[in-house]
Design a protein around this ligand. Structure first.
Ligand code: EPU
Length: 422
């Protein structure tokens, strides 16, 4: 397995182009199942999770081709021949459950493996199941698979989510485009990836209003047609690279970045004394050498501080002046990076969902183990400022969500290389 070797102490200067959002692409790709006409996505990120979704869609009979070096995905579901999402693929990636809504809507039935837990938490599917039942689906669990059927198709109605789940909102939004009548999603998630999905579905002929608010109204239509849609900028990759010059020093402009995607995050950077400037090309972050100030952070659904930037923020706060308190409210087990950062000299106490970070002036490189995607990149960020070498092992997690991390950071002056596994 590959590892990433970072030698700390090099200030960063230059530009980093931010890719299309992994979490938007992973819900836009299953949207192809809703129509028998082609759907083309541009600005697709080149990631292993995209390959996994490609394999899943192909296993259902969809045609999926990566064009333009993987930045364009051309898809067509006219020859759909299966409604079963197999455990062998679903276990690799939870977002596989996003085929359930489109399959139910188009075919009236689907068999989708339950994904099981993962490193960051149990991640059940009860909210998705309750929502589809409210739309008239009958769902049974057999042999680890959800067997979902409908009598004459899904029906609109009021679907109130007990929590503003991103995946459940996406699944119901897709399904409701072809359901009979009007569906109202109450307590819907408001993430930019949901607005991006709704924009794509509208381009396919869907009737949707209210995306980006907690009440989405969808008027079902008989069929959707083909479309071409650009994937929204990845706000998590954006936030990750915005933290790099804060930790390593220097100035980096993140091309394609927009303040509206990362407002709550930028508020915390500003509170920590960091200058963020919106330019006509993206977001520029400057750190003139001093240490950032400690800040307290609580993760929340959008527009709150994203859980997917919590690990990276912790890496920065390890070097801050003072004590910060990080509260993780979305996932029950998302501090796996803390013990690895401690191996590098960080001072962190974790109690349940709260981590107290006592900032230190220096950290030292060490071999560390990546436990999940965002944890992996937080260790690379810490390595940028740690003395000596940090070797981040098990980087397959990283490749799920960050394209060419060593090239992007290397181009702005970081000393970073990939060591190929045996
Ligand atoms: N939850 C339930 N029941 C459900 C669904 C969710 O209890 O039926 C719980 C989860 O266990 C979790 C919380 O609700 O504790 C939030 O889950 P949500 O459904 O909102 O998350 P998701 O759709 O599974 C997406 C992203 C995650 C991101 C979360 C939160 C994708 C493919 N994944 O997951 O991204 O952390 O929203 O913003 O969109 C990542 O990219 O590193 C990542 C984990």
């Amino acid at each position: 397995m590959d590892s990433i070797l970072v030698t700390g102490g090099k200030p960063l200067r230059g530009e980093i182009a931010i890719a299309g959002a992994k979490n938007a692409a992973l819900t836009l790709m299953p949207a192809t199942l809703l129509s028998d006409e082609p759907l083309t996505l541009t600005n697709t990120p080149r990631l292993s999770d995209i390959k996994t979704m490609t394999a899943l869609l192909q296993s259902l009979g969809a045609e999926v081709s990566a064009l333009a070096d993987g930045k364009v995905m051309a898809m067509s579901s006219h020859g759909l021949n299966s409604t079963r999402a197999d455990y062998e693929i679903v276990r690799k990636m939870r977002a596989s459950n996003l085929v359930l809504g489109p399959l139910l809507a188009r075919e009236g039935h689907a068999i989708v493996s339950l994904p099981g837990g993962c490193a960051i938490g149990a991640r059940p599917m009860d909210i998705h199941i309750a929502a589809f039942e409210a739309m008239g689906a009958i769902i049974d669990l057999k042999d680890g698979y959800l067997h979902a059927t409908t009598q004459g198709g899904l029906k609109g109605g009021v679907v109130k989510l007990r929590f503003a789940s991103v995946g459940a909102t996406e699944n119901v939004l897709m399904a409701a485009t072809l359901a009979k009548g009007t569906t109202i999603i109450e307590n819907a998630a408001r993430e930019p990836e949901i607005v991006d999905l709704a924009t794509c579905l509208r381009a396919m002929g869907a009737q949707i209003e209210g995306d980006g608010t907690s009440r989405i109204e969808i008027q079902g239509v008989d069929r959707l047609h083909g479309a071409t849609h650009p994937v929204v900028t990845d706000r998590i990759e954006l936030g990750t690279y915005m933290l790099a010059p804060v930790i390593a020093g220097g100035e980096v402009e993140c091309l394609g970045g927009k303040l509206s995607l990362v407002e709550s995050f930028v508020e915390k950077l500003t509170e920590a004394g960091i200058t963020v400037e919106e330019t006509d090309r993206g977001l520029k972050v400057r750190c003139d050498g001093g240490r950032p100030k400690a800040v307290n952070v609580t993760t929340e659904p959008f527009p709150g501080f994203p859980t997917d930037l919590q690990a990276q923020m912790m890496a920065m706060l390890c070097f801050a002046e003072g004590t910060s308190v990080l509260e993780e409210k979305i996932f029950e087990n998302r501090f796996m990076h803390a013990p690895e950062l401690i191996r590098m000299g960080a001072k962190i106490d974790v109690h349940g969902g709260t981590a107290t970070v006592h900032g230190v002036e220096k950290m030292k490189g060490a071999p560390v183990m990546a436990t999940d995607l965002r944890a992996s990149v937080s260790l690379i960020l810490a390595g940028l400022a740690a003395e000596g070498e940090t070797q981040v092992n098990r980087v397959y997690h990283l490749d799920r969500g960050y394209e060419h991390v060593e090239e992007k950071l290397g181009a702005v002056g970081a000393q970073i290389e990939r060591i190929k596994g045996q």
